[in-house]
Design a protein around this ligand. Structure first.
Ligand SMILES: Cc1ncc(COP(=O)(O)O)c(C=O)c1O
Length: 417
């Protein structure tokens, strides 16, 4: 298998960057903006607090700060944080220090990538991605554990999904190892942007785009794999809260034989109208039905859907029109391990009528309980405004696992340092 180490170019030569491929410990001194500042130190905690108070450019956080006093006293580790208000993080872009870039020509395979300063990229106006939408994206998160360690959740699943999508979109793709190494390098290079425990996560956005110039409809002659990251807040700030969905019977997200099952860019542009129209009417999002029978549940604009009835949890089977969510796959396993019977099958819209609970899954929301679904003008409500027991139970189980708070029996969590 090919391997890729992250390295740095386009940086001032007086910066001392050190990358160790073998240990996967990518260490680097701070980016240009901060070279004057002291960034990271291992000192007794009292000393650290005093030191950080004097820093003007950067906020700081010593692990367990205000979370677990005992652990603070025991700990001798601290980490630097970017200067933003960590309590008011939403889900919008906060520019960070570095992005990862790797290119390859059509018919070749990706070889070597590099970390570059985060910033504007140049593309030919006739790039395949701009003209014909030849592109894919992924989404995953890095979390800061209470002991300061950094955790990823099943990154190889994102790598595999990108490979599957690349095959469908006629693009070369990084190997699983290249993908995971690149994610690791990007996260470590931007680690001051990983929110403190409990404040959110570092959202990681890998892109694979046709960056070469084309005029006629042909695959792009060049491809760029790029990763950027942004700190994001917890989707639910004060515990999970129900969302409200509208079933749109006219707009369909995907067609059999199309690209609904891969994370290609056009799938998202094409739901914006339905989504914004629903949101203008007060709904959170749209739940799409299959386009052939117009009666089977597919998914929400960027989440998978589950229906709970007694001990049985059903979710639409993956058959090309639904994105195979990594949270979906994980929730199926977690639910089964908790004794639920999980069925992947056609789920008819009528089943919503007597469901006990409905919930959605995705990287951003993890598990999102559904409070109501409106179909042909009729509103079906669940849980009387409360979060369903099953949704809450599965949300807690998965978030605790992702944050390293429970034993990772499934071996899903990757620790970076
Ligand atoms: C259309 C769609 N369905 C489902 C999901 C959930 O996938 P995952 O759990 O991998 O985030 C996403 C998330 O990106 C999505 O875009």
């Amino acid at each position: 298998m090919e391997t890729t180490g992250g390295f740095f170019t386009g940086l001032q030569t007086d910066h001392n960057y050190l990358v160790s491929r073998l240990s996967r410990a990518f260490r680097l001194l701070p980016p240009r903006i901060s070279t004057e500042k002291k960034q990271f130190c291992q000192l007794p905690l009292e000393g650290l607090r005093l030191q950080f108070k004097k820093m003007s450019l950067f906020a700081s956080y010593s692990e367990h700060n205000s979370i677990d006093q005992e652990a603070v006293i025991k700990s001798d580790r601290a980490y630097e944080l970017g200067a933003i208000d960590w309590d008011s993080l939403g889900f919008s872009l906060t520019p960070t220090d570095y992005m990862y870039v790797m290119k390859c020509s059509q018919g070749q395979s990706f070889k070597k990538g590099e970390l570059q300063r985060f910033g504007i990229i140049e593309l030919s106006p006739s790039a395949g991605v701009l003209n014909y939408g030849q592109g894919l994206f992924e989404g995953l998160k890095a979390q800061r554990k209470q002991d300061g360690k950094i955790l990823l959740f099943r990154p190889e699943e994102n790598a595999l999904r990108m490979r599957m999508g690349a095959e469908r979109m006629c693009m070369p793709s990084p190997t699983v190892e290249q993908f995971v190494d690149a994610v690791t390098a990007t996260v470590l290079a931007n680690k001051r942007w990983i929110p403190p425990p409990g404040k959110g996560s570092l959202y990681i956005r890998p892109l694979l785009i046709g960056s070469g110039a084309v005029l006629s409809l042909v695959p792009s002659p060049e491809y760029t794999f790029l990763i950027y990251v942004s700190p994001v807040g917890n989707y639910f700030k004060e515990g999970i809260a129900p969302i409200h969905l509208l079933i749109d019977t006219e707009v369909h997200r995907a067609v059999p034989g199309g690209t609904g099952g891969v994370k290609t860019l056009g799938n998202y542009a094409s739901v914006l109208k339905a989504q914004t129209t629903a949101q203008a009417k007060g709904y959170t999002d749209v739940l799409y039905l299959d386009c052939v029978h117009k009666k089977y549940l597919e998914e929400v604009s960027s989440c998978n859907v589950f229906v709970v009835k007694g001990n049985v949890i059903s979710t639409p089977a993956i058959k090309g029109t639904i994105l195979p969510g990594i949270t979906r796959k994980s929730i199926i396993d977690v639910a089964r391990s908790q004794g639920f019977q999980v069925e992947e099958r056609l789920v008819a819209v009528d089943e919503l009528l007597d469901a006990d609970e409905v919930f959605c899954t995705g990287t951003a929301v993890v598990v999102s309980p559904v409070g109501s679904i409106t179909y042909h003008g009729e509103r079906l409500s669940y849980g009387n405004g409360e979060v369903g027991v099953v949704s809450q139970q599965l949300y807690s189980a998965l978030t605790r696992l992702q944050m390293g708070l429970t034993d990772d029996k499934m071996n899903w969590v990757v620790e970076l340092n």
